[in-house]
Design a protein around this ligand. Structure first.
Ligand code: B12
Ligand code: SF4
Length: 500
């Protein structure tokens, strides 16, 4: 039969030999060069980071001043190698949808941990590995291990690269423990991944606290050594922040020593020198006014409000909270400190605790009277809440005084606006009812308006007055939840204008 050469196999055979040689060479080339190893054809692994919201905060969803970007997730993103795809699902703004992921990382505080466990459960059902970190699970890693594949205790910086490496090698462990590293060369959080609706940015410049307040676990979690980031690194990070409002989330931005106060001053001076123009807010202790230069440079660099842990105006109650600095400086120092801060055009947001062991019903009203008549501007009045890892929790548990002890489910009540323990001098119901009455007094429309005018007069700074005013409005709305119509800050302001 006279078949064409190709069909006979002659030509076909000769091309095939060349094909084999070239094919073989290509194969050797591609498999032995780096080019092949970074072939873009391979899909990048995806890390999905989740910021769960506490169910009790649902009504706060519309108050963008009451929520803060998930700094921890921004840091974890910054620590993740670039060959990973990253995404943040932030329940402050987005409804939960099951997003594609190879690994899911969740952050949580006590008030949001139930939601975190719930989300972990959803991903685990889909055979996607889940990892959790943050202060709550660091205090209770065994609890978290029941709901999440991997529990990371402590700070992420020292351990996250290892977690990722283990995941890639398929050798992921169930538990990891982060160390407390010095804060030099801290990664800048990936703020580009945060939801664009946040009205302000946050930044952390120090960690750790040498104090041992009874109700707090920060010293247990971040250590009792006050660790500080180098000023230049903080300034470099501030320069990358596009927002004009910043919240310094440090527990105490000036610390407790002359050296740390000098460092804070250097930071504020550096902001002025570099022309970093931000309106900012921070947390500190009563000693913030010891050195007036600190206040001067804070004000010049844009400080508008300082949160100070006042907690109580009575000595016995302060003793029980182990609030040593307040006891040392004395309750008579409070107004002097507030006045000194006002002199520099900065307002004061004071935190007050209700339901301490020494509190009778009468004491609760005294506390509100003090807060209203004192020179503090914003008032944050919350109910004593025993959080895991605190001395308070251990004590109340031992004394069988935890009201909600179906844990972890009941953690959802531990958000400072609900009575979760048995007080000594009244019943839990009496305390809760007294709280409604006290919140009604503290956040009465007229009281908020009056405070705003007082702050304006004392600080001569409309922005400082606006910040503490907004904080009082936010506290009204948060405390009453959906039990009272929320205050619209603009309407209430209009009321002030009309009365003038
Ligand atoms: C800013 C702040 C807020 C902001 C935003 C908080 C947020 N994003 O969740 C606002 C003002 C909204 C807020 C509200 C509340 N807060 Co708050 N807040 C803080 C503050 C001052 C700083 C938090 C912060 O950004 N730190 C910096 C980041 C980098 O640290 P981090 O979150 O701890 O993350 C590190 C590690 O924990 C770990 N990590 C964290 N998550 C993850 C996840 C993974 C996967 C991994 C691997 C690691 C990891 O690695 C991170 C880097 O090292 C802290 C005090 C503090 N020292 O932390 C209190 C603190 C977190 N708040 C506290 C409380 C009680 C509340 C409220 C209940 C108060 C209230 N009355 O409403 C609410 C609850 C809010 C909620 N989410 O439900 C407590 C929580 C204690 C606890 N056991 O839960 C703290 C510790 C204060 C205290 N003195 O006790 N808060
Ligand atoms: S409440 Fe503030 S001062 Fe007291 S231990 Fe906690 S972080 Fe330190």
């Amino acid at each position: 039969m006279n078949l064409p050469p190709s069909a006979q196999g002659g030509e076909y055979n000769s091309i095939s030999r060349w094909d084999l040689v070239i094919g073989h060479l290509l194969y050797v080339l591609l498999y032995t060069t780096k080019y092949w190893q970074i072939q873009p054809m391979k899909r990048k692994k995806k890390l999905l980071l989740i910021n769960p919201f506490s169910q009790y905060k649902k009504h706060e969803m519309f108050d963008v001043h009451a929520i803060s970007p998930p700094l921890a997730l921004g840091i974890i993103a910054a620590l993740t190698p670039s060959h990973w795809d990253l995404d943040i699902l932030d329940e402050n703004f987005e409804d939960f949808t099951l997003k594609e992921a190879d690994l899911v990382g969740i952050t949580a505080v006590t008030a949001s941990v139930n939601r975190a466990y719930e989300i972990a459960g959803i991903y685990r059902k889909h055979k996607i590995k889940t990892v959790i970190g943050g202060i709550h699970v660091s205090m209770l890693p065994d609890e978290a291990a029941n709901y999440v594949d991997v529990v990371i205790t402590g700070e992420a910086e020292s351990i996250w690269p290892q977690v990722i490496d283990d995941f890639e090698k398929n050798t992921l462990k169930n538990k990891y423990e982060g160390e407390l590293l010095p804060m030099k060369d801290a990664p800048f959080p990936r703020r580009d991944l945060f939801h664009p609706s946040y009205t302000y940015a946050n930044i952390q410049t120090t960690r750790g606290c040498p104090m041992r307040c009874d109700f707090c676990s920060v010293h247990t979690f971040n250590g009792s050594r006050y660790r500080q980031r180098p000023v230049d690194e903080v300034l470099d990070e501030l320069e990358t922040i596009p927002h004009d409002k910043v919240y310094f989330v440090d527990d105490n931005i000036i610390g407790y020593s002359k050296q740390s106060a000098a460092r804070a001053k250097a930071l504020f001076k550096g902001m002025i020198e570099r022309g970093i123009q931000k309106d900012w807010y921070c947390q500190a202790s009563l000693n913030v006014a010891d050195d007036e230069e600190v206040l001067k440079y804070a004000a010049e660099s844009g400080c508008k409000m300082i949160l100070i842990g006042i907690e109580s105006e009575k000595v016995e109650q302060l003793k029980e909270t182990n609030k040593k600095l307040n006891l040392r400086m004395g309750i008579d120092s409070y107004n002097k400190v507030f006045d000194r801060i006002h002199k520099y055009g900065i307002s004061v947001l004071g935190t007050m605790i209700y339901g301490l062991d020494n509190d009778s019903r009468h004491d609760l009203f005294d506390r509100s009277e003090f807060a209203i008549n004192s020179n503090m501007d914003g008032i944050q009045a919350t109910i004593l809440t025993p959080l895991p890892g605190t001395n308070l929790f251990n004590r109340l548990e031992k004394e069988n005084r935890l009201l909600y002890n179906n844990l972890p489910k009941d953690w959802e009540y531990y958000h400072f606006l609900e009575v979760v323990h048995k007080p000594i001098k009244m019943t839990p119901e009496e305390l809760m009812n007294a709280m409604w009455e006290n919140w009604a007094i503290l956040y009465d429309h007229k009281t908020i308006q009056k405070k705003m005018l007082q702050t304006l007069k004392a600080t001569k700074n409309p922005k400082a007055a606006a910040w503490s005013y907004l904080s009082n409005v936010e506290r009204h709305n948060a405390s009453f939840g959906n039990k009272r119509p929320p205050i619209d800050p603009a309407n209430l302001l209009q009321g002030i204008e009309n009365s003038m």
